[in-house]
Design a protein around this ligand. Structure first.
Ligand code: DGL
Length: 262
């Protein structure tokens, strides 16, 4: 599993809880984050490096792209070239979103890269469910999470400004289309109000992983818990400290990620 930084830990948490027997290797590309403001072609290159490293250096049997921006930038390439199944976060999130709404007015928030790519507009069209989608990019949210600042006045002020178009659209379901955003769910939920259901792709992605591994006969049949390795391209100490705060006790050890191919 990989993400630009800490955001994918929301998917890691859900996966560890749902599939405790699976071995997990998580790479957080904190040395090169944020992805959301970078050209998609750079994000595509980073994603290929990380995914190939998981296959070649860590012997991954499946890859989870725990990052919406990386999914938007390069999912098709990864699916075409990797020798293992690739699971993304956009499809499971959209599935949950269209099931959650009762008014048919839905929202999605994500990074500039994700929203600009149109990945959610396409994914929602593919469901065939007739909903009215309002999207908004939320630059700044990821930076708060990466600093470990998930509540407080500054986050609220920014959320009120960025979420204004979604509030005006009177949506009843809002998809957190960036894996960092569930860490800000209290503030986002507070700003949106009680009538709006927040949908996070983390749990849905964990179910998608279970379904895919089961279909392919790849689920680990073992009573013993799997091992969890956390790898970072940035500052290892920071990753361990903030990662443990965000994910929980499983993140007690971190390793440095060294790219083996470009
Ligand atoms: N967590 C990532 C996502 O889901 C990207 C955050 C970033 O690096 O900008 O889009």
């Amino acid at each position: 599993m990989f993400d630009s930084g800490f955001g994918g830990l929301t998917v890691a948490r859900a996966t560890i809880d749902l599939l405790p027997a699976e071995h997990l290797v998580y790479i957080g590309d904190t040395g090169r984050y944020p992805y959301g403001s970078k050209p998609l072609r750079d994000v595509r290159r980073f994603s290929r490096e990380l995914a190939w490293s998981l296959v070649e250096d860590y012997d991954a049997k499946a890859i989870v792209v725990a990052c919406n921006t990386a999914t938007a930038a390069g999912l098709d390439d990864l699916r075409n070239e990797l020798p293992v199944p690739v699971i993304d976060v956009v499809t499971p999130g959209v599935k949950a979103l269209v099931h959650t709404t009762s008014t048919g007015r839905v929202g999605v928030i994500g990074t500039v890269g994700t929203i600009k790519s149109g990945a959610y507009v396409r994914a929602i069209a593919e469901t065939g469910v007739p909903v009215k989608l309002t999207s908004a990019a939320c630059p700044g949210f990821v930076e708060f999470v990466e600093r470990g600042q998930t509540t407080g006045d500054e986050v609220t002020v920014l959320a009120e400004r960025l979420l204004a178009p979604i509030r005006s659209a009177r949506v009843d379901a809002l998809l957190l289309g960036c894996t960092h955003y569930p860490f800000l769910a209290r503030t986002i939920g507070d700003v949106m109000g009680v009538d709006v259901t927040l949908v996070s792709s983390a749990d849905e992605t964990a179910f998608a992983i279970r379904t895919r591994l089961s279909e392919l006969g790849l689920l680990r049949a073992d009573e013993r818990p799997g091992t969890h390795r956390f790898v970072s391209s940035g500052d290892i100490e920071v990753f361990r400290e903030l990662g443990a705060q965000l994910l929980g006790p499983e993140l007690d050890r971190t390793e440095r990620w060294v790219p083996t191919r470009g």
